[in-house]
Design a protein around this ligand. Structure first.
Ligand code: HEM
Length: 135
């Protein structure tokens, strides 16, 4: 099979079963998160940008639930259960961002790294200079 024929077959498959495209999107969205989760990359990106990029995880979770829901023919109990778990977690995350987010995002982020790493932890400034009155 030539590359062109393979691409055509994959394209047709995705067109006929769109849940595959959504599954692929869920997977593709977490690739940049994996790539940028090393100590060096976190430091290079800076806390704000790293955090903004990692919000893609929320989109990926929703896409994964949609992917499963879409492929199930009759008994939707499992995808509904997964969707409920994601909904509860996202609700909690929204509540947490409203009550704590502003305060923590103005400060620096500290990530603990594996003990074998030369850096035990890395602190990334959020881009704003911390004010002296910040407690
Ligand atoms: C390249 C990306 C992906 C492709 C091509 C893909 C494709 C598929 C296919 C073909 C099935 C089986 C459908 C059937 O039984 O007829 C499936 C099932 C499933 N996929 Fe994906 N998927 C992808 C990514 C993901 C991701 C990222 C997640 C979740 C994070 C996910 C979650 C699931 C679940 C929960 C099932 C049902 C498994 C079961 O039978 O219980 N998939 N996927």
């Amino acid at each position: 099979m030539t590359c062109r024929a393979l691409a055509t077959a994959v394209g047709r498959d995705i067109y006929q079963r769109p849940f595959i495209a959504v599954g692929f999107a869920a997977f593709a969205l977490i690739i940049p998160l994996a790539v940028t989760s090393t100590t060096g990359m976190i430091r290079r990106l800076g806390g704000r940008r790293w955090q903004a990029l990692h919000r893609l995880m929320y989109v990926s979770c929703l896409a994964a639930v949609l992917h499963y829901w879409w492929l199930v023919k009759a008994d939707v109990r499992r995808p509904v259960a997964y969707g409920a778990v994601i909904a509860i977690l996202l609700t909690f995350r929204t509540y947490w961002a409203r009550t704590h987010g502003r305060r923590t995002s103005r400060r620096s982020l500290t990530f603990k790294t594996k003990s074998r790493s030369p850096f035990r932890s890395v602190t990334v400034r959020s881009g704003r200079k911390p004010s002296s009155s910040a407690g």
